[in-house]
Design a protein around this ligand. Structure first.
Ligand code: 5HM
Length: 336
């Protein structure tokens, strides 16, 4: 597939799903999955802040997507945290408590022998040599294939920043990507990290590019993809008229640290939030929205009550649209 140019991920996602399911090159069977596959699929998104597909037939899980970002950024590999948001991920663990290949944060955000993380080394390099071609975050490790029957081998090989004319572009290279399931969360996390890096460097966010060796749809998901394509229609689809907010440039790392503390309290149900208590955390409004989503998810996971109306009403329109469609049976009007 020739590199495609899209303005938003919404557009790119639909196009990739259409191509993989309507013109696959191969039908493959590996590790218990039979899939339709296209090799060498690439696309570029002009505005990586528009990282969400707005599809009623495939509403993304914002609680999980934001948790994955934080899980990576915290350098974590535990299922305690990510398994709460995505219980299916437990199947990829070799010991029932940690993940290996999927835990990209471990290789990106763990300090090495020089005391710096890969992330920091790459940002330092970009700060010194703007035009560098070496700003590579390595994820896949050869050692992963030395483990027999490894249940969790990194799908992302590497990600590379390019600082060009004061804009920070990110290019991601994946050996394999599940177009229906994995692609939306991978693009979500990588584009948030791109926004974060741009703010750390004090530059504008550039475009996001995604190159995949094997792009595939597992056969059991084919009917769901058909639903998406039916929703979109042959003539294309106008996404809802709202935009995903851009991350504020200031104090991102401070907010992330505070968010990590708050997330743990909600996940373990040790803490509950209201709109007022979220405002009282002092988090910037953009980050308060993430906490609102996690509070909604806490209510869904730890109670059998509908999500509180005040939490839903405090969500910005794009977030509310996604939460209402992802958990329709837990919305106040349905459950009442
Ligand atoms: O057999 P294999 O190791 O490729 O199975 C893992 C599959 O998980 C990938 O092929 C891909 O379909 C999916 N995946 C993804 O799409 C996995 C990860 C975790 O690294 C990811 N995106 N980030």
């Amino acid at each position: 597939m020739t590199p495609d140019r899209a303005e938003t991920f919404h557009e790119a996602y639909i196009e990739v799903l259409r191509q993989v399911t309507t013109s696959p090159e191969y039908r493959i069977s590996t590790r218990g999955n039979t899939s339709l596959e296209l090799l060498d699929v690439s696309f570029r998104i002009a505005d990586p802040t528009q990282r969400v597909p707005y599809l009623t037939s495939r509403p993304i899980n914002l609680a999980y997507n934001w948790a994955e970002v934080l899980w990576y950024w915290s350098g974590r590999a535990d299922l305690d945290m990510i398994g709460y948001y995505a219980p299916m991920m437990r199947a990829g663990s070799h010991d029932g408590s940690t993940l290996t290949g999927t835990a990209y944060g471990r290789s990106l955000f763990t300090p090495g022998p020089d005391g710096r993380t890969q992330w920091q080394r790459v940002l330092d390099l970009l700060g010194k040599d703007n035009d560098t071609k070496r700003a590579v975050l390595s994820i896949f490790s050869p050692a992963e294939l030395a483990v027999d029957d490894n249940p969790d081998v990194s799908c992302t090989i590497a990600a590379q920043f390019f600082l060009r004319e004061d804009r920070l572009h990110l290019t991601c290279y994946m050996r394999g990507n599940d177009a229906f399931m994995g692609l939306p969360s991978d693009v979500f996390s990588f584009t948030v990290l791109q926004e974060l890096a741009a703010h750390q460097l004090g530059v504008q966010v550039g475009h996001y590019s995604h190159h995949v060796g094997s792009m595939h749809v597992n056969l059991p998901n084919r009917p769901k993809v058909r639903k998406i394509l039916a929703e979109v229609g042959a003539d294309g689809y106008q996404p809802p008229a709202f935009r995903f907010a851009a991350m504020p440039a200031d104090a991102c790392l401070t907010w992330l640290r505070l968010l990590a503390q708050e997330e743990a309290g909600l996940r373990t149900n040790a803490h509950q939030h209201t709109v007022a208590s979220i405002a009282a955390t002092g988090l910037a409004p953009y980050w308060q929205q993430v906490l609102l989503v996690w509070e909604a998810y806490r209510q869904i996971s730890h109670t059998d009550q509908p999500v509180s109306t005040e939490i839903l009403q405090a969500l910005v329109p794009s977030y509310r649209w996604l939460v209402e469609r992802r958990w329709p049976n837990r919305m106040p009007q349905v459950a009442a």
